[in-house]
Design a binder for this molecule. Structure first.
Ligand code: UD1
Length: 369
């Protein structure tokens, strides 16, 4: 008789988690792994356009548990997730908790699991920016301090984990689930009519455009820094119109600080995944402080300027199309102009970013759990 399947909890909480769990859920649905998986949504992100639309478009099933924690300070949010996640772990007793990325939900659920002697698998482990002012850096380090299986997207992750003394056989360089999802969605887009996307009209209006996303507290919470970046973007926009889907935090601060936005920077609501993909895949240039977009642009060969002082994803710079340019307005303008003059760097797709990462992860867990 086959042993009972192991119980997996797959955890997602915030927007950048959803594209990472989608390929895992898809792969699990093939029914070839010895797991009974349940999906836990912490509710860290809750607006329709920050959460529900991703579930629909990325074909993620309805969560088995929704913890509905909502927003709050870091301590409030993390604590609420921990209390509610502990309840369901005690009730349902998973064998393994799979966490992805570096958001507060990742940190909270890994701590709870480990203290209940439940094994933790961290997908996208080992990334380090070296910048302890980033809440995500703390989340990454604490999660990796208690992780049992480290699934790594790029070689730098492997190097950091080894330098931190993690056992070599617990570290698995598997590629990137977010890129699995990207390729899956690109294939879907190619079969769809371009007119179905809300961004179709913008693409028609602007045959050439750049895409902007900004949401990091270090960029948008300080009026000086945010104003400086918007000033630089306004200069770039004179040459290339920019489309800027605005995160709720960013929207709030634009209004609070009274920052003027010229007409050639077009603000939109946060976009659904396919709408946004339809936009950035054909952009001349992306300017962002997102972690994920640095990688997605590298995978698709779109030039990217990262408006931060560092990146935890260095392969996007050493091999991909990304340049980390900081937030000095003159530098942002100069780097954008270099790209627009056709003198930007070329990139190639990093090793194992081939759409097969979810399968590799589940094979390791199936063999070792
Ligand atoms: C979180 C992640 C960050 C990730 C980002 C992507 C942490 C520490 N940060 O940051 O790594 O890059 O998600 O978006 O986990 N809000 C809404 N509607 C929502 C969600 C949030 O209006 O559905 C507003 C609330 O005012 C909230 C603020 O956005 O206070 C920030 O949300 P929060 O989840 O705390 O962090 P993010 O900045 O989104």
């Amino acid at each position: 008789m086959n042993p009972a399947p192991k119980k997996l909890f797959i955890v997602a909480g915030a927007r950048p988690n959803f594209m990472k769990i989608a390929p895992l859920m898809r792969e699990l649905r093939r029914g070839v792994y010895p797991f009974a998986a349940k999906l836990v949504h912490t509710g860290q992100h809750y607006d329709k356009e920050m959460s529900d639309v991703f579930f629909e478009e990325l074909e993620i099933p309805k969560p088995d548990y929704h913890l509905e924690v909502g927003s709050g300070s870091h301590a409030e949010q993390t604590a609420r997730i921990m209390v509610r996640f502990e309840e369901i772990c005690l009730k349902d007793r998973p064998d393994i908790v799979v966490v992805v990325g570096d958001v507060n939900s990742t940190l909270a659920c890994s701590i709870v699991a480990k203290k209940l002697h439940i094994k933790v698998a961290h997908v996208e482990a080992g990334l380090r920016s070296g910048d302890m002012a980033m809440p995500e850096e703390i989340n990454r380090m604490v999660t990796d301090a208690i992780t049992d299986w480290f699934f790594v997207t790029e070689k730098s992750g492997l190097d950091h984990l080894l330098a931190e003394g993690k056992p070599r056989d617990s570290i698995h360089f598997v590629g990137h689930v977010m890129i699995d999802n990207l390729f899956h969605q690109v294939e879907k887009i190619e079969r769809m009519s371009p007119d179905v996307f809300s961004t179709a009209a913008l693409k028609q209006r602007f045959p050439e455009y750049g895409v902007v996303t900004l949401h990091r507290p270090s960029n948008v919470d300080d009026p000086q820094v945010f104003g400086g970046i918007m000033g630089a973007l306004s200069v770039v926009a004179e040459q290339l119109p920019l489309i800027f889907p605005v995160h709720p935090r960013t929207r709030g601060n634009l209004e609070k600080f009274g920052i003027a936005v010229p007409e050639r920077i077009v603000l939109t609501q946060p976009l659904a995944y396919m709408d946004f993909l339809n936009l950035f895949k054909d952009a001349r240039l992306a300017m962002t402080d997102s972690g994920g977009l640095q990688e997605e642009t590298t995978a698709l060969g779109v030039p990217c300027l990262t408006l931060r002082e560092n990146t935890e994803r260095p392969v996007t710079v050493t091999e991909g199309t990304n340049s980390v340019v900081g937030v000095d307005p003159a530098r942002i303008v100069a780097e954008a102009q270099t790209i627009l003059a056709g003198r930007g760097k070329q990139g190639r797709r990093p090793e194992l970013w081939d759409g097969q990462a979810a399968g590799r992860i589940l094979k390791v867990l199936a063999a070792e759990a």
